[in-house]
Design a protein around this ligand. Structure first.
Ligand SMILES: Cc1ncc(COP(=O)(O)O)c(C=O)c1O
Length: 397
């Protein structure tokens, strides 16, 4: 018999809205034809993996050494962790050693391992909204309570509001930049102000919240936006990430946790994250793709086609009169439900669906009144969607 708790979770509208929309899209395409359905529901990167990654896959596949597919230490191959540490050191401008990196089964497993490591039942995880919808499930997985904090202007970090929600139960503050669903990249000044607030809080209650930076879109930025190096701003910080989006390898499930060498409990945290990976049943990250990314993580990737598609979609939304937040990274556009529409974001997405435009309601991301378009879709889908957006907007008068 399925546990009651799981039944409730699986049945909740927000828990499965995006996947359901994606599956409905497949059904609608069968009825109306692929080219007449405009599916902006899922953030599945559509660039092919770069040539360097494909060459590494071939090279690793040729390795017939004894034990090449065997277990390794739970945290991953030592040489792969060293290579990831080199990457993190260059991104953070802080020297990180391989002993501070744990290879994981994508960013999802990295997040779960970190949360398992630091969240006691009833502890709080403070998250600025809007946020990746799965955070709710991940925090709940470990008996934690997700504390949503509304954003500042232009989806900035409202550091004052975050500070006001910190308590002695706050285990972590979880931020995501570039953000899914807004595409916002937090400025260095915002991270520094947040760090200041966290330090003040730690002084007052002797518990320093862990700053968890979820960065799978770090490399995909536009207009010169740069993701701030959190390790330079706040000691008790970790980066969780994967190669799902930047190298277009979401199905291969490879990511890592990197713990700042300045973290006051760094080696204990690395140990707890490694133990979490084991007891959550992952045991270790996939052996094959650990080797592949260690050989190819620095591949040159041209993300300009995402930027072009962002621009195309923004032009269309401008023409049909839908407001949005201009994304600085990732491949999502967070759009405002028109003020004159009488329903909420779910109803507006239903209206769009009637016109064969599929997208995700904002409430699932902690952003009611908004909806998300994932523009990692063919350019023709974007161009041809204009008439459907126009028809939906015309219907509300
Ligand atoms: C912000 C964010 N974090 C984490 C993940 C999970 O990534 P992965 O597929 O590497 O587990 C995603 C996936 O869409 C995401 O958007």
């Amino acid at each position: 018999m399925i546990a009651q708790y799981m039944k409730e979770l699986m049945g909740s509208r927000s828990a499965s809205a995006i996947r359901r929309m994606f599956e409905e899209g497949i059904a609608l395409k069968k009825v109306h034809g692929e080219e007449n359905v405009f599916d902006f529901s899922l953030g599945n990167p559509d660039l092919d993996p770069p040539e360097k990654v494909l060459a590494a896959i071939e090279e690793v596949a040729r390795d017939r050494a004894h034990g090449a597919h065997g277990y390794m230490p739970n945290a991953g191959y030592g040489w792969v962790r060293d290579e990831m540490a080199r990457k993190v050191s260059s991104e953070q401008g802080v020297e990180v050693g391989g002993q501070n990196v744990v290879m994981t089964v994508g960013a999802a497993s990295a997040l779960n391992c970190v949360l398992k490591a630091v969240v006691n039942p009833g502890d709080e995880v403070v998250v600025p909204a809007p946020f990746f919808a799965e955070y709710r499930n991940y925090v709940r997985n470990h008996g934690g309570v997700l504390v949503e904090v509304p954003p500042g202007d232009g989806f900035s970090l409202d550091v004052g509001a975050i500070g006001a929600r910190l308590t002695e139960r706050t285990a972590a503050v979880l931020i995501n930049s570039p953000n899914n669903p807004t595409g916002r990249v937090y400025r260095r000044g915002e991270i520094e102000s947040l760090a200041e607030v966290l330090r003040k809080h730690a002084e007052s209650c002797s518990r320093a919240p862990l700053l968890v930076c979820d960065e799978p879109y770090r490399a995909i930025t536009y207009d010169g936006a740069v993701v701030a190096p959190a390790f330079q701003c706040y000691d008790d910080s970790v980066v969780v990430t994967s190669f799902a989006k930047d190298l277009s390898l979401p199905g291969e499930r490879l990511g890592y946790v990197a713990v700042s060498p300045r973290c006051s409990f760094a080696s204990e945290l690395v140990g707890a994250v490694t133990f979490s990976l084991r007891v959550l049943g992952c045991v270790n990250a996939p052996a094959f793709f650990q080797k592949v990314v260690a050989k190819s993580w620095d591949a040159e990737v041209d993300y300009s086609s995402y930027e072009r598609r962002r621009d195309l979609l923004m032009e269309i939304l401008d023409r049909v009169g839908i407001e949005y937040a201009r994304p600085e990274g990732a491949f999502y556009l967070f759009c405002k439900v028109p003020g004159r529409f009488s329903g909420g974001d779910a109803e507006f997405c239903d209206l769009l669906k009637k016109h064969l435009v599929l997208c995700a309601p904002g409430a699932g991301f902690g952003g009611p009144g908004w909806f998300r378009l994932a523009y990692c879709v063919p350019e023709s889908t974007i161009v041809n969607s204009e008439r459907a957006f126009r028809a939906a907007v015309a219907e509300i008068g």
